[in-house]
Write a protein that binds this ligand. Structure first.
Ligand code: ZN
Ligand code: ZN
Length: 368
């Protein structure tokens, strides 16, 4: 079928919206009609050429939500008409990592996905007989996509699909970091560095976990206001003395849990140093630049602080994303407040501009 899609032709250049060909789903694959897709920093990161694993040409986009249109042979996990959220982090349910409660790092289709192919090593995307690679196994800046069934989370049909889109990446990443990676204990003190969608998600996750104090740190007053709306009990403009201030506010010890959601390694170091002596846990959610290193003075670790990374918030996609969507439907998460701009597919490059200008929290593309 012919579909419209935003293609990354060349690194550092605007995406080009154009017609491309999409083949029918093969065994274990699903054709999804996209209804909405968020514009995430990782799309911009890859488009800029900064991502060392990036490739072009490909169809970008990975924060999609839509409706199952057709299924390939042997598909049992979803059926036509199901509402789904796309998962760049699949959940096969069988691999060594899926069988462990400690991680969401499914390895079932990793190798081919990382190269831009579906699990059988081919693409369903093409134009004029030139194959076009898939991005993050999702390629959701498009009217339709073909994805493996293990990479789709079936969600309640009651949930508006434009609000579902942020759960495909940024929002679940933040909420999950608090609920699943850090497993925040009720009554504890949390500090969140950076109040973009991931950081606000961590604020929400800390609130859902019953944290006693949630401190949000950012350079923007507008974002700190957002953080208060979503559950931060205290906010602070980022400054050189942020770590000292957090220690002073916590009896000299530091916070039980810190979350880094900026991708800046200097801020990551602050998150480690602001974590409490003896049991503080610093969770890194941001993606650092190529070749950058996180500096940690070993004394901070030997005195009991711990550091953890978190990919997609440790969320097991097919199992736990639908649960997070239920909490939204129950009124525990204000998704609407996180969607700052609504765009068409043709405006996808404007979505990148808004992100670079730190204008708003999330732009969501709607497909007619
Ligand atoms: Zn993302
Ligand atoms: Zn797996």
């Amino acid at each position: 079928m012919r579909i419209r899609a935003a293609v990354l032709e060349q690194f550092g250049q605007p995406l080009v919206v154009q017609e491309v060909d999409l083949a029918e789903p093969k065994a274990g694959e699903v054709l999804v009609r996209l209804v909405a897709c968020g514009v995430c920093h990782t799309d911009l990161y890859t488009a800029s050429g900064a991502d060392p694993t990036g490739y072009a040409p490909c169809v970008l986009g990975h924060e999609g939500a839509g409706v199952v249109e057709r299924v390939g042979e042997g598909v049992t996990l979803v059926a036509p008409g199901d509402h789904v959220i796309t998962l760049f982090a699949p959940e096969c349910g069988r691999c060594v990592h899926c069988l462990s409660p400690r991680t969401n790092r499914c390895i079932a289709i990793r190798e081919q996905q990382g190269l831009g192919y579906l699990p059988d090593g081919t693409t369903r995307l093409s134009r004029a007989d030139e194959p076009l690679r898939h991005f993050m196994g999702t390629s959701t800046f498009a009217e339709y996509t073909v994805m493996p069934e293990i990479a789709l989370a079936k969600v309640s049909p009651e949930a508006p699909l434009d609000g579902c889109a942020p759960f495909a990446c940024g929002l679940s990443t933040g909420i999950g970091a608090a609920l699943y990676t850090a497993q925040v204990e009720p009554g504890s003190t949390c500090v969140v560095f950076g109040c973009g969608l991931v950081g606000l998600g961590a604020v929400i996750g800390a609130r859902l976990a019953g944290a006693g104090r949630i401190v949000a740190v950012d350079r923007s007053e507008a974002r700190l206001a957002q953080a208060r709306h979503h559950g931060a009990s205290e906010t602070r403009l980022a400054a050189a003395d942020t770590v000292d201030w957090i220690r002073a506010e916590t009896g000299g010890y530091g916070a039980d849990y810190t979350f880094e959601a900026t991708g800046n390694v200097v801020v990551m170091r602050q998150a480690v140093e602001a974590a409490r002596e003896a049991w503080g846990l610093a969770t890194m959610c941001g993606v650092a630049g190529k070749g950058e290193l996180l500096e940690i003075v070993p004394r901070f670790l030997i005195t009991g602080r711990r550091v953890s990374g978190s990919s997609f918030g440790g969320v097991k996609g097919r199992t736990q994303v639908p649960q997070l969507v239920e909490r939204w439907l129950e009124g525990e998460i204000d998704v609407e407040a996180l969607i700052s701009h609504r765009l068409t597919l043709d405006e996808v490059n404007h979505g990148f501009e808004l992100m670079e200008a730190q204008d708003g929290i999330r732009s969501v593309i709607g497909f007619g």
